[in-house]
Unconditional design. Structure first.
Length: 532
């Protein structure tokens, strides 16, 4: 327990060197009331001063009555437990050197060595329960706030645990996706083709095609265990297609058995043998950012690089649809964050974001007041203002006092339904009249929000917890032709995430293009944090 007397000692050791006369007078009053004399040792004062620079450690040691944990009867046990668990850091995609094993090799015989070892402990605890990085510092479009537990409480739990090594090991995420990513990182699958083999020329090979380029393709597959014996080595036959599909499956490419440019580049090593490994390491870090979220609970999961939206429940996918996400560029990229979905809005009106209003539409209105006639001009009280009453030439991006709004209807930019989780960035999921976009492979095409290929089915799935007939509830709202807000009770967590390597339902790791280049930014930040 942090006694009043120790509190005074700790305050004197930590606060007074940085305080003015008024604070010093307060401290003197505290010590006078607390006890006629302060009885604390030089070791305790030294520990207080050494911990003062680290808030988590200052809080823990203050609450631990200024007693060390890496010295005394349990010191060796705790230090060996920490050394043992941090030696397994590579299984999490983290280099051992981050935890300075040389500092854990020696007993903690003074306050400075105690704090060095406690710093390593604190670092490991933070890494496993919330990630190495602070996501919002990596890129402005990563809005994710990590829910970290109190580190001083975890240190106390470690210090008192009957099996401290098990206590530390159990802090790592246990989500099946995290474990699958670990397996993919740690299982030795040598898929590197020998450097002396001829390169396979880029082409698109399908069953029945022939040509000299098939020979190096066969040789490269054969060298890594994907042999396809054939009476005609120059023919791209069914056996070779099956071998290609097995290879594609192993490296996370679509297993269609067609040897297209991505497959051949992978076999040639042009995609980089370490690129997949790097993507897995980054995905492990991103999963640690989500360690404070209950991913076993029912939730909506939108993986931006995969262009998909899912509903997950008890770790199982119960709904999936294609999605269109934000286009390239800082003003359009879909951000990453988690929130609570609160409403299904049927027959929505579209309130044009102000940034789009002044950037895209105001110049057109200044040139022609009747431009973009499908949009109403609305004042601050929600009244539609006739355009002939407005002199658009008077306004610019900073002083335009109106909003633009589109009526409900089939041609509305939001389609017939949107899914609201109120947030500072005005991001939501919605229907769209531009259905043809879902047939494209690269679906980074919106202004930032997420367009859904099967919005009615998504609405039925979300509403199914509050009515026996979600289709009827939805249809009644749709038939009204009025904007109708259906509250989700309870709210449904929604996670907008960015994984370029992630397991499918079978546990096989699939890889996706780094559409916004965010993996490069995360990797650079990890390197800066000591990834070497």
């Amino acid at each position: 327990m942090f006694t009043t007397k120790k509190a005074a000692a700790f305050f004197l050791a930590v606060a007074l060197p940085f305080s003015g006369p008024a604070v010093a007078q307060q401290a003197q009053s505290l010590t006078t009331v607390a006890a006629p004399r302060l009885d604390f040792s030089a070791k305790e004062m030294a520990l207080a001063q050494a911990a003062a620079r680290f808030p988590d450690l200052a809080s823990f040691y203050g609450g631990n009555d200024l007693k060390p944990i890496f010295a005394g009867d349990r010191g060796d046990l705790l230090r060996q437990a920490l050394l043992q668990v941090t030696s397994m850091a590579p299984t999490h995609g983290i280099p051992v050197s981050r935890y300075r094993p040389e500092d854990l090799a020696q007993p903690a015989d003074d306050a400075q060595s105690e704090i060095r070892q406690a710093q390593i402990l604190s670092l490991y605890l933070r890494d496993m329960t919330g990630g190495v990085l602070r996501p919002t510092s990596v890129a402005p479009t990563i809005k994710r706030e990590v829910r970290r537990p109190r580190i001083d409480g975890l240190i106390a739990g470690f210090a008192q645990a009957p099996d401290p090594a098990r206590f530390l090991a159990d802090l790592a995420p246990r989500n099946p996706a995290y474990l699958a990513l670990q397996d993919a990182l740690n299982i030795d699958q040598d898929l590197t083709v020998p450097a002396d083999l001829p390169r396979a020329p880029e082409a698109v090979w399908r069953i029945g095609m022939k040509g000299p380029g098939v020979l190096p393709l066969r040789a490269r597959l054969d060298s890594i265990g994907f042999a396809a014996p054939s009476g005609d080595p120059g023919s791209y036959d069914a056996a070779l297609s099956q071998a290609v599909a097995r290879y594609q499956d192993a490296v996370g490419l679509p297993a269609d058995g067609i040897a297209g440019p991505n497959t051949i580049r992978s076999l040639n090593g042009d995609l980089g043998g370490d690129r997949r490994t790097r993507a897995i390491i980054i995905s492990l870090e991103r999963m640690r950012w989500l360690a404070g979220e209950d991913l076993n609970a029912r939730h909506v999961w939108v993986n931006i690089p995969e262009f998909t939206a899912q509903i997950m429940d008890q770790g199982q996918e119960v709904f999936r649809t294609r999605a269109v996400v934000g286009n390239l560029g800082p003003d359009y990229e879909t951000p990453e964050f988690s929130d609570q979905m609160e409403y299904v809005v049927v027959n929505p009106r579209w309130n044009v974001p102000r940034s789009m209003t002044v950037r895209d539409y105001l110049p057109r209105l200044k040139a022609n007041r009747n431009a973009v006639s499908h949009l109403d001009v609305v004042d601050g009280r929600g009244r539609v203002i006739p355009r002939d009453q407005i002199d658009f030439s008077r306004y610019n991006a900073s002083n335009f006092p109106y909003r633009l709004r589109q009526k409900s209807g089939d041609d509305n930019a939001l389609g017939l339904v949107k899914f609201i989780f109120p947030n500072s960035w005005n991001i939501y999921l919605h229907d769209t009249p531009t259905k043809h976009l879902f047939g494209q492979r690269n679906r980074a095409l919106s202004n930032g929000c997420i367009r859904i290929s099967d919005p009615f089915d998504l609405a039925y799935a979300l509403l199914s917890r509050q009515t026996d007939n979600p289709q009827a509830m939805f249809q009644r709202a749709l038939d009204s032709d009025k904007e109708t807000w259906l509250a989700l009770k309870p709210n449904v967590p929604v996670h907008l995430v960015y994984f370029t390597a992630f397991p499918d339902a079978s546990g096989r790791i699939r890889t996706f293009n780094d559409v916004y280049g965010r993996d490069d930014l995360v990797w650079a930040a990890l390197q800066k944090a000591g990834w070497n």
